[in-house]
Design a protein around this ligand. Structure first.
Ligand SMILES: [Zn+2]
Length: 105
């Protein structure tokens, strides 16, 4: 019984700091320094835990660091089709004029 207790104590001693470090990392895709958008960087070191952690680089301020990924990512906003209000085509559209004046056609 004492051996089991010591084994559990050792496991907790090694696992607790790692869990605490991961919990203290910034979460999400926003830069923790400026709030700008960050891009994911492939890292061979984080490859085994890429679902949990990712290396990110801020496009605005140049911050680079490890962030915690959301385990349940929020869905992307869906596209919505909007009908044109009038059936008449806009003949004065710029792209129609360019197409008409195209010498290749
Ligand atoms: Zn930034």
């Amino acid at each position: 019984m004492f051996v089991m207790f010591m084994a559990a104590l050792w496991i907790v001693m090694f696992v607790a700091p790692v869990v605490l470090l991961v919990a203290l990392l910034p979460a999400g895709r926003d830069c923790p320094r400026c709030g700008g958008e960050t891009l994911a960087i492939r890292s061979a070191l984080l490859r085994p835990v890429r679902r949990l952690l990712s290396q990110r680089w801020c496009t605005s301020c140049g911050w680079e660091g490890t962030t915690r990924n959301h385990l349940h990512p929020q869905p992307l906003p869906g596209l919505e089709l909007v009908r044109a209000e009038s059936d008449e085509a806009d003949d004065d559209a710029v792209w129609r004029g360019e197409q008409r004046d195209n010498p290749l056609r």
